[in-house]
Design a protein around this ligand. Sequence first.
Ligand SMILES: [Zn+2]
Ligand SMILES: [Zn+2]
Length: 298
Amino acid sequence: MARFDYHLHPDFSIDASGTVREFCEAALARGLVDICFTTHCDTNSAHAAEDAWVSVGGKVRPLSEPWLPDYLAEIEAARRTFAARGLRVRAGLEVDFFPGAARALDALLAGVPLDFVLGSVHRVEGYALSDRAGVRAWLERFGPRDALVRYYDLVGEAAGSSLFDCIGHLDIYRRSAGLAGEEQLALPGVMDAVTRALAALVQSGTGLEINTRGTYRAGAAHVSPGPVLLRLAAAAGVPLLTLGSDAHQPRDVGLGLDLGIAAACAAGFRVQHTFEGRRPQAQPLSAETAGDAVARSR
Ligand SMILES: [Zn+2]
Ligand SMILES: [Zn+2]
């Protein structure tokens, strides 16, 4: 049932390689039927020098220059080509969320014909949670308890903005820091922040992503979020769920999705979602939950 991959970085992202078409070919080879491209869109001016770049036709450009029309046109061309071969191709973005970003992002996303917008918290107080040195410095600077409370409160703010369909790779700090367990959640105050974040997701109708990048990258071997967090999310009633490999090259497309599905089922989720024009469609997680997806899509 691992047939949908909703987190793919083609070579528009400067840290990725492989064209939209090459990703589509890889998806077909893995038996996927519906994929969504989610190029990075990092607009935080405080980190523009590192993050705010995009590559178009092999040329690196500032993200502030017009590039979305080229991106959307390339995906539209692939959508037409690959529809006949049984692959639905969606246009999305992975948008970085940071404090105070809501108004600028609202303007940026308004009127852009996207299928899906994934919102991700990549930095807290400037520290990059997606790299090992960044996450270590962050934990050292604030201490694990304060660091995590700040992270989950920012996730709650992202959810509360209602800008996103789903929030990406919750607990990304575990992958970067090489933390196998979820003991950090038991630190005083952290669970309260988690509960607030999950409530914000439910209240705003925002979903979560299960990100499988940690399953095929060295040193982690787990999906994000971890099983404890995922169970809490399912119990809280988080309404939408996508799965994504976060592939940055065609050969990683679809990797780990079976583990993600197993994690979703174990946590108590019954369906996953695909998106078209920002509208979710419930899909079965497994053969056993196929009936649930049909019932919920009515
Ligand atoms: Zn990300
Ligand atoms: Zn990503």
